[in-house]
Ligand binder design. Structure first.
Ligand code: NAG
Ligand code: NAG
Length: 452
């Protein structure tokens, strides 16, 4: 008995210490579909790394081996510290779908690659969906559980991998517990996606809350699993011709390709979520996304050929501002501010605009606020002047990070930072706000900053 207790105590010294030492890392969801050359991929990796991002989670619903090889190779050429892992996207669309054998390849092909992301010593693997039995029945598995079991077995055994999927839940404690219980033998944690990234669906549309993240964290901890949260800067999607679809008319948000998620404009969702997640400190988090140009949740600059879709709507200010929060989350202490900077955010047409050519309005665009936002990150008190069209407001800004907004007017958007009557910097948005001649509804956010 005594020996047994001693063994327990000694194991705890090692195991508990290992747990306590789990590093806090920042991942970013990377849509793997553009055929960019290795030099572009290296630029993306260098930029992500310079901002404090540790790894890309490559998301694809078909097996693009050539693109995956290129990404691992690019990471290798940049150096040993930036890591790559997969987010297998388990849904079928016009491109096709991943087969179970291709999932095995995803697990094993880069297992020993120097840039493979490992967590607690094991290759990290995630998936986007994959808990739906019907998908697996096409491959003659009786359930998702038996399908995943077979995939891991073929890849060398479940214990070799650390698997943290997004299996949808309603975010309630019971809902998360049910999913953990059902899949406990094959998962090491859960990733939340919608319930974490865009916490807006009624009745909390007006007040984004962190309660679902809290439920995930509590349920995962109790089950001995890890929780991966999902901070996101924004979500707007308007795929041509989709606004009047039946799904959008019925507000079936999983299938409606013309919607905004949330009314929280400017940098609000991003800053608020990071503040909440730093408090909560989930073991893992994945920015959603690095480069989803279609759902406009990207933080990447338009280095990729696929970025042409967003025509100058840069989200660079989200990434620049994010760096402060990434470092805070990772280090556990608030970073010092060593440089004054300001950040400007707005969408470029009124939520009340009518665009007959685009048919129906964007679902939930009525919840938006026609405001321009300025965020100041300051080494000391200063004055921030915000000009929208012909209107101007002045704010007295303290040391630290603060955000103001004013109703926007059409025309130019501009912010000026002043201290002691002296202009320190001026920031002019390169996009005008205009309600004339629009050909489609567009509530993507434009952003810029003095360090962008
Ligand atoms: C599933 O089983 C059926 C009936 O045995 C067979 O015809 C089919 O080829 C199988 N499908 C796959 C993907 O193995
Ligand atoms: C809108 O189009 C009309 C007609 O082509 C043009 O005269 C006008 O300048 C345009 N307005 C804006 C704001 O671009």
């Amino acid at each position: 008995m005594r020996v047994f207790l001693f063994v327990l105590a000694v194991s705890c010294i090692f195991i508990c210490a290992a747990r306590a030492a789990d590093p806090r890392l920042v991942f970013a969801h990377y849509m793997l579909y553009a055929n960019d050359n290795i030099n572009v991929l290296k630029q993306e990796i260098r930029l992500a790394q310079s901002k404090g991002i540790d790894a890309f989670a490559l998301n694809s619903n078909v097996w693009r081996q050539n693109l995956a090889d290129n990404m691992y190779q690019a990471a290798k050429e940049v150096g040993p510290n930036f890591k790559i892992f997969f987010s297998a996207d388990i849904h079928k669309d016009a491109n096709g779908n991943l087969t179970p054998d291709q999932l095995v390849t995803m697990l094993t092909r880069y297992e020993t690659h120097p840039n493979q992301m490992k967590y607690r010593g094991k290759p990290l693997f995630t998936s986007w969906l994959g808990s739906d039995d019907s998908w697996w029945k096409d491959y003659n598995y009786s359930s998702a559980l038996s399908g995943w079991n077979a995939v891991f077995q073929k890849a060398g055994g479940k214990n070799k991998f650390f698997y943290v999927p997004f299996f949808p839940t309603d975010g309630s404690l019971g809902g998360v517990q049910g999913t953990l219980d059902k899949f406990k033998d094959i998962i090491d944690g859960l990733f939340a996606w919608d319930t974490s990234a865009w916490p807006y669906f009624s009745p909390d549309f007006q007040n984004p809350s962190v309660s679902k993240d809290q439920n995930y964290l509590n349920a995962c901890k109790a089950a001995g699993k890890v929780y991966m949260a999902s901070p996101s800067p924004w979500f707007f999607k308007n795929i041509a011709g989709s606004c009047c679809s039946d799904a959008c008319k019925a507000k079936d948000l999983s299938n409606c390709n013309c919607q905004v998620k949330g009314n929280y404009q400017g940098p609000g969702l991003w800053i608020k979520k990071w503040e909440q997640l730093i408090q909560l400190s989930p073991p893992l988090l994945e920015i959603v996304t690095w480069n989803d140009w279609v759902e406009t949740s990207y933080v990447a600059p338009p280095l990729s050929t696929a970025a042409a879709d967003v025509s100058g709507y840069t989200h660079r200010a989200f990434l620049e501002l994010g760096q402060f929060y990434f470092n805070w989350y990772k280090s556990g202490s608030q970073p010092a501010i060593t440089q004054d900077s300001i950040y400007l955010f707005y969408y470029t047409q009124s939520k009340n605009i009518n665009v007959p050519a685009d048919g129906c309005k964007v679902v939930y665009s009525d919840q938006l606020s026609d405001k321009v936002y300025v965020t100041a990150k300051l080494t000391g008190p200063a004055m921030v002047e915000l000009r929208s069209g012909s209107a101007t407001q002045t704010f007295s800004a303290p040391k630290g990070i603060s955000t103001w907004s004013m109703d926007f007017q059409a025309g130019q958007q501009l912010a000026t930072l002043k201290r002691g009557g002296k202009v320190l910097s001026t920031l002019t948005g390169s996009k005008l706000i205009s309600n004339s001649n629009a050909t489609h509804y567009n509530f993507n956010v434009y952003s810029t900053c003095t360090t962008c």
